[in-house]
Design a binder for this molecule. Structure first.
Ligand SMILES: O=C(CO)COP(=O)(O)O
Length: 254
């Protein structure tokens, strides 16, 4: 059975002191959570302090993106060794906001994925279609390119143990428009079939696929009840301990 993974992507929210407070609130709120993997992704600036706050707890640390180079003249960027040193468990790669605003391509996603896995850190790879792509019927093609692009050269062993996918339909992010349970499940099942084509049945069955896009306490139970939905990548509802916990409760109740 796949373990649910609920991850809060804090995006460009919270100062360092606010991040420390939110991380402490989440640690307290989830201390009795047993079945669900809980992850938080603060900003770079807050990450080291948040790492200290969550040490010894059942909350894991994700970092929002890295550069694929080891070091050098890349103003504004952070390398995998830097985030490894502070104890990152996951790196989120290929978020649609990166793709939309910061020139992320399937090729740069792939470079970052390989760099992260080589450093012994797990990846959460984000994929998803825009409304226009959905409406013009190219959803499957877009997802196929994103998945094959991201995973090119990734070993079966890494795919099996160290890769989580996050399906985030761009039109559902921050809009309050969630995909219906059926819409989401249909795409998740399709994604799993693509993984089966690439890596075979066992890895397809093992790989966790999160849903992301206006997920909250009120709709989490329905989404998480779907056969191929294994958790959530949460934006807005992850910015308060109680709204985040409501989603984790829905996972724990399964
Ligand atoms: O993009 C998301 C998480 O990475 C989803 O954001 P929202 O939950 O705010 O829609």
């Amino acid at each position: 059975m796949r373990q649910y993974i609920i991850a809060g992507n804090w995006k460009m929210n919270k100062t360092v002191s606010e991040s420390v407070q939110l991380a402490s609130d989440i640690v307290a709120a989830v201390k009795d959570v047993k079945k669900t993997e809980v992850v938080i992704a603060p900003t770079y600036l807050a990450a080291a302090k948040v790492a200290d706050v969550i040490k010894g707890s059942n909350v894991k640390l994700a970092i929002q993106d890295i550069h694929w180079k080891d070091q050098g003249a890349f103003t504004g960027k952070v390398s995998v060794d830097m985030v490894k040193e502070i104890g990152a468990d996951y790196i989120i790669i290929g978020h649609s906001e990166q793709r939309q605003y910061f020139h992320e391509t399937d090729e740069t996603v792939n470079l970052k994925v390989k760099k992260t896995l080589a450093a012994g850190i797990k990846v959460i790879i984000c994929i998803g279609e825009t409304l226009e792509q959905r409406e013009t019927g190219v959803l499957k093609e877009v997802l196929g390119l994103q998945i094959k692009g991201a995973l090119a050269g990734v070993s079966a062993e890494d795919a099996d143990k160290n890769v989580v996918l996050a399906y985030e339909p761009v039109w559902a992010i921050g809009t309050g428009k969630t995909a219906t349970d059926e819409q989401a499940e249909e795409v998740h099942a399709y994604i799993r079939s693509l993984i089966k084509e690439i890596y075979g049945e066992k890895i397809a069955e093992d790989m966790r696929i999160q849903y992301g896009g206006s997920m909250k306490g009120a709709n989490a139970a329905g989404l998480l009840a779907q056969k191929d939905i294994d958790g959530g990548l949460i934006g807005g509802a992850g910015l308060k301990a109680d709204t985040f916990k409501a989603i984790i409760d829905a996972a724990e109740a399964k």
